[in-house]
Design a protein around this ligand. Structure first.
Ligand code: ZN
Ligand code: ZN
Length: 383
């Protein structure tokens, strides 16, 4: 009978939450109440059953972002003069009773509830909320070793999320039963409301616009069709993934509702640093210690590569400390091409000298006239 049902029901109060409750707290409150008033827990208590129905209905609306918005809007606009709702019998009060056709709010309101089209005419399509809805995207973080990030790896991401209930496979109905076609709307999810010279459709209040009602609730998910459970999702990480990179796994998020597609899983990759190598995009960087003699005289030096082999780098005579050499193709392989290994030579200064070394270096000092700072001091002198 209650045609404009939503005007009269305080779903927030039914769930014992404030109107700005977060999605998470809403679900928490619902679960607590649903457990308490579930028919299984209260056999032969019709009041508990009514309460359970009211709780389920409230949660059905508020847990759906779009429908919650509609509901909030209806509650915000209120019922002018307390007679927004048609009188008993629906058609009796006609168009006059409380409707104000001059306000822009009304068409906004109707547009909001009935998915556009205003108040006139008949809408035969499914009501909002009955169509297939895509599941939510989920986010997860994945920690990778430096090597796994370079080579690529198949691993598992562990997460806890809403998933289709394993008992009822998401239907919300107890095993062996199926949701029944709603008797009020005949499965359409909407009912037509004839208001004298015009008629419009509104979401069916018995099934909440779904077209189906659960008669025997599933004991696992208490008719919600959704269960929170830990999941492992297998992830193939491509070679060359970077620290902070997000990888989108299509269809691995929250399952869709009413046959809608599942959401995606967004994995943020966190790559551990390496003892030797740094990373700059697809290039690897390495500090390579050389002796003064190698830098001054030139040398062929062995450089370790990240894949565990070595390459020989020709350090030319007279190489200054800090000079960087590029070893082509020894960086990170990735779909955008393989990077290079950037080797920066660092001239090592021995901390302690043997007598022979000291003598040799003193001889070098004697053979080195002037100072490398002469030019500097000259340039700094005022002219
Ligand atoms: Zn279930
Ligand atoms: Zn219905």
């Amino acid at each position: 009978m209650a045609q404009h049902d939503w005007y009269d029901k305080d779903f927030y109060q039914v769930l014992g939450v404030s109107s700005d409750v977060s999605e998470k707290d809403l679900t928490k409150a619902y679960r607590k109440l649903a457990r308490k008033y579930h028919p299984d827990a209260n056999p032969d208590d019709p009041q508990a059953e009514d309460r359970f129905k009211a709780i389920s209905e409230a949660y059905d609306v508020l847990s759906d972002t779009a429908r919650r918005k509609e509901y909030d809007e209806i509650r915000r606009l209120g019922r002018p003069g307390g007679s927004f709702r048609p009188g008993p019998g629906g058609a009796g009060s006609g168009a006059g009773g409380g409707f104000n056709f001059d306000t822009g709010d009304l068409s906004d309101l109707l547009g909001g509830i009935f998915g556009g089209g205003g108040g006139g005419g008949r809408r035969r399509g499914p009501a909002p909320g009955t169509g297939p809805r895509r599941g939510d995207d989920l986010e997860a973080e994945l920690h990778l070793s430096f090597d796994d990030a370079i080579e690529g790896v198949t691993t598992e991401v562990h997460l806890t999320s809403d998933a289709a209930c394993h008992t009822c496979h998401g239907s919300g109905a107890a095993p062996g039963t199926v949701p029944q076609t709603c008797s009020r709307c005949g499965g359409r999810g909407v009912i037509d409301d004839n208001q004298g010279f015009f008629s419009f459709s509104q979401p069916c209040d018995q099934c909440g616009g779904r077209g189906r009602v659960v008669v025997d609730p599933c004991p696992t998910c208490r008719a919600s069709g959704i269960e929170r459970k830990p999941r492992q999702v297998k992830v193939r990480i491509p070679a060359g993934v970077r620290n902070g990179q997000k990888i989108r796994l299509k269809g691995r998020g929250t399952p869709g509702r009413n046959g809608g597609p599942a959401g995606d899983l967004l994995v943020t990759v966190s790559v551990a640093s390496h003892r030797l190598y740094g990373r700059n995009g697809n290039n690897l960087t390495l500090d390579l210690p050389v002796t003064f003699a190698e830098a001054a005289l030139g040398a062929n030096v062995k450089v370790p590569t990240v894949e565990g082999s070595t390459v020989t780098l020709k350090v030319p005579a007279g190489t200054p400390s800090g000079k960087t050499f590029r070893v082509k193709g020894r960086g990170v392989p990735s779909s955008s091409g393989t990077g290079d290994l950037l080797v920066t030579v660092v001239v090592e200064v021995p901390g302690e000298l043997t007598a022979a070394q000291r003598a040799a270096i003193e001889a070098l000092a004697d053979a080195t006239p002037g100072s490398p700072r002469d030019g500097l001091l000259q340039a700094a002198r005022p002219s």
